[in-house]
Design a protein. Sequence first.
Length: 246
Amino acid sequence: MPGALALILARAGSKGVPGKNARPIAGRPCIAWTIDHAQHARSVARIVVSTDCPEVARVAKDMGVELHKRPDHLASDTARIDDAARDALRSVDPASAHPHIVILYANVPVRPPGLIDRALDLLADSGADSVQSYQPVGKHHPWWTTRIDADTGAVHPWEGDTLNHAVYRRQDLPPAYIPDGAIIALTRAALMLEIPSAGDGPHAFFGVDRRAIINPEHSVVDIDTEVDLLVAEYTLARTLHGASRP
């Protein structure tokens, strides 16, 4: 099986953290950490950064990876990531040389070591359409989600008739997971919307047979706020002092 193509998506704009993909974290631009992960993955044969940001493009070029100019209409805050990924794939791999694709977000500088290979191994071994990474939801469990009346402040169950499902200790909650943004590995056919019965909608590119890999809680940092930058800085600084890069 040919090695996978890693597509790193890195648009310039961000309302929450302006310029976050190029912001310095632990002495390096944020995207550099994601490029590192892709370069250290044994299953990745080719890395392409899709961006409209000149600074991100400079970092990618300095690190020896390919560039794809992300069109303006696919770089807005309303553009879908699968549209951006398909645009890049059509441009850089028109001959369909890579049947497996990895989508990585440039604003995720902290990932567990070996994550990309874990996802691609599961994708290949299972024959699934896609593999996505998840983390435990921790104390923000759906059973503890409520509705609150805006006028009276009265608390009601989000679903059902019993508040908190009558569970009041975290250790008694059933396992629940949420996508953590660290990786999406998928077949080319899934990304190109060629899977029969996948339907329409924003998640159609995951295909029909969807699998998950589970990361430890707090092992992924997705930069969406200034606080996330501080967490990533602390985490990576500790990594640099105690271990090699990913």
